[in-house]
Design a protein around this ligand. Structure first.
Ligand code: HSE
Length: 302
């Protein structure tokens, strides 16, 4: 028996919710295959493809997909079942698109399905987060949650995995642009200050709360006014060459908001239609090109 799973890329933070907001996009994503192999006495990663000139570890305990799947198997008392895992990377890593999260989510879904789906999607989340810790050393579910369950997710608490689905206004689309730059999440986290001035926190709370209201009330103008990151974007944007021009290109073409996807360098622009998202994305490509940077555009409904 064999199970093949697609796990989508995700946009984390969404400007106003550092470590607590994220949404899935329909492509790119990873493909994970799990199959029984009676000759093995446990989980083994037998193939990793699509990594370009990067090397990902085959050691189960060092690979985010491997760790997530292994912890799940141990929880189920199935750690001695012979299972092969294949990880086919169909998305760039170090991109801000939740590459490691997609591998973790795909791995637990594939292994769970292979075993007859003993756990629900929601119950698998805990195991994916353990895989994320291997990738960037911090325990946050803002990529794995939407990759696993889809849609926009809000995390009240990363520690207790208190996670909620948010409604999505009709026609909302996103242009996600991946420039040919690489930023490691742990480096992008290291540049952040531990403290936030009170006035800045007040602005951010207003933005986040209004963003949630806008989603619940389909108020797109409010959504646009809310999509301002007062805390993280000002500290991280210097890691992304051309950021201000790319954002200006998106906003001048009619995006509701534009910011850094996850830890970057990818950027996203939320738009009120797929037509507009495509045009906005093309403008963002041109703006990166003006800085000598090639980029790849993905347009997706949210
Ligand atoms: N919330 C995380 C960050 C997402 O911005 O660092 C990237 O893993």
């Amino acid at each position: 028996k064999e199970v093949r799973v697609f796990a989508p890329a995700t946009v984390a933070n969404v400007a106003v919710g550092y470590d607590i907001l994220g949404f899935a996009i329909n492509r790119p994503g990873d493909e994970i295959v799990a199959r029984f192999n009676p000759e093995l006495d446990g989980l083994k990663i037998t193939a990793i493809t699509g990594t370009g000139n990067k090397v990902l570890p085959f050691d189960v305990e060092k690979n985010t997909a491997g760790v997530s799947a292994q912890r799940l198997l141990e929880h189920l008392g199935k750690a001695d079942v012979g299972i092969e895992l294949e990880v086919h990377k169909r998305m760039p890593f170090g991109s801000g698109l939740g590459s490691s999260a997609a591998s973790s989510a795909g791995a637990v879904v594939a292994v769970n399905e292979l075993l007859g789906a003993p756990l629900s999607r929601e119950s698998l989340l805990y195991f994916t987060v353990l895989g994320e810790v291997v990738a960037d050393g911090s325990f946050h579910a803002d990529n794995v949650a939407p990759s696993l369950v889809g849609g926009i997710t809000l995390i009240r608490s990363n520690e207790s995995l208190d996670i909620h689905h948010l409604p999505v206004p009709e026609n909302l689309h996103v242009a996600v642009i991946h420039p040919d730059l690489e930023i490691l999440t742990k480096d992008a986290r290291a540049v952040l200050s531990d403290t936030v001035p009170l006035g800045t926190a007040v602005h951010q709370m207003g933005s986040l709360a209004s963003f949630i209201v806008a989603l619940y009330t389909n108020d797109l103008p409010l959504l646009g006014r809310s999509l301002h990151d007062h805390i993280i974007e000002p500290q991280r944007k210097q890691l992304i060459k051309g950021f201000d021009d790319v954002k200006a290109a998106a906003m001048s073409r009619g995006a509701l908001g534009c910011s850094i996807s996850g830890a970057g360098p990818s950027m996203f622009a939320i738009c009120d239609s797929g037509y507009l998202a495509q045009a906005v994305g093309q403008g963002m490509i041109e703006a990166f090109a003006a800085h000598g940077i090639n980029s790849q555009l993905y347009v997706s409904p949210i």
